[in-house]
Design a protein around this ligand. Sequence first.
Ligand SMILES: NC(=O)c1ccc[n+]([C@@H]2O[C@H](COP(=O)([O-])OP(=O)(O)OC[C@H]3O[C@@H](n4cnc5c(N)ncnc54)[C@H](O)[C@@H]3O)[C@@H](O)[C@H]2O)c1
Length: 423
Amino acid sequence: MSGPDGKPARVGIVGLGYVGLPLAVAFAEEGHEIVGVDTDARLVAAIEAGESHIEDVPSERLRAVAARISATTDYARLSDCDAVLIAVPTPLTRNREPDLGPLLSAGTELGSVLHAGQLVVLESTTYPGTTRERLVPLLEESGLAAGRDFNVAFSPERVDPGRTDHTLRTTPKIVGGLTPDCLDRAVALYELVCDHIVPVSAPEPAELAKLLENVFRSVNIALVNELAMLCDRMGIDIWEVVDAAATKPYGFMRFDPGPGMGGHCLPVDPFYLSWRAREYGQPTEFVELAGEVNQRMPEFCVARIARALNDQAKPVRGSRVAIFGVSYQAGVGDLRESPALRIAHMLADQGAVLAYHDDYVPELPELDLTAESVDVVLDGADVAVIVTAHRGLDVEAIVRSAPLVVDFRGVTRGIEANNLVRL
Ligand SMILES: NC(=O)c1ccc[n+]([C@@H]2O[C@H](COP(=O)([O-])OP(=O)(O)OC[C@H]3O[C@@H](n4cnc5c(N)ncnc54)[C@H](O)[C@@H]3O)[C@@H](O)[C@H]2O)c1
């Protein structure tokens, strides 16, 4: 899809976070004009100044296309866009039910500026039916009819922050349109930035495909985490088990154990599915059980740290704990649902004295901590705990310097030392 007369397309992007900003830059790098709308005025000002807050988009890359990206808090600026992509958060309420607040607010705002001929695509992860039942009615408040006066589609985002081997261009993009015309327009749009488009028959299969992908990971991570807890009891090395099983050339896919799931997706999305499933009287037991097992991991980790300290005749209370990596995964500074935070809070509640090292997270205000250098956190530490291993972490040096090391990521495999405990 291009703009009128084959000119570059004018693409609006609502929500300039981990999903929206990389999308904006990808379209801009292909020569298209971007209007990015975000409710966070500070973020908008930073993007306008060429400052990126997303690790996958270094500021230099943003600045290189600055002339084609304009960020604003004003939805009215979307009125002359050919297409508008929505990438706002879809979090959970306190009761762990879908919170469509940001999405409904974006839909209402967009409905008030929508013009005939525009294409609207929802990219936020959500339960099947959201695009048709929740977004379309808000857009139709404009007086225009979806499928006739404007087009609507759902296309889930598959970005994995920090990953470099698969990009927006090389990762197949699923698209489901409200009508065949909606699909054609959305496919034409994404062909500008993606090599391979996967059309499906409607928005609902596209919405559910994204949830299937994330539930699949959640279930498999829960399975290997459950085995890790069993291995701990049985005195078997879970990493050796996974390494061995992963040699099977078919019928097995490797998942590694860890301290629990974090980020905006895996701990959240399964609840969108199970909530929707309740409406149909169909229990999603696998989905919920996986969430429960993964939620238990941080507690298991704290118990494992306490046991390791105990073996050295030290209580948790008063022990100095050096935490390595507090973001939810390597290579990003995203703290959302990070198991490291739960581990840190539980240790603090038990009286441990905490310090942490994380190149991506300068401070943890809720724990009143600021990041320290490796040397400073290790100085006087009773135990070093590797929760998230960012690239470049010198684990050998940590094992050499700390009296005790607990590794929840398996990055010390290959090192034999008496002071080393692995998940
Ligand atoms: N982060 C990921 O790895 C990832 C991967 C795939 C899919 N997703 C999904 O994509 C969606 C966005 O996630 P994200 O990680 O980019 O979130 P994010 O929090 O990084 O970014 C969302 C942005 O939307 C803005 N926003 C909130 N309400 C708004 C509104 N009403 N109007 C305009 N802007 C608004 C926020 O200020 C924020 O900057 C979610 O549904 C998420 O599940 C995320």
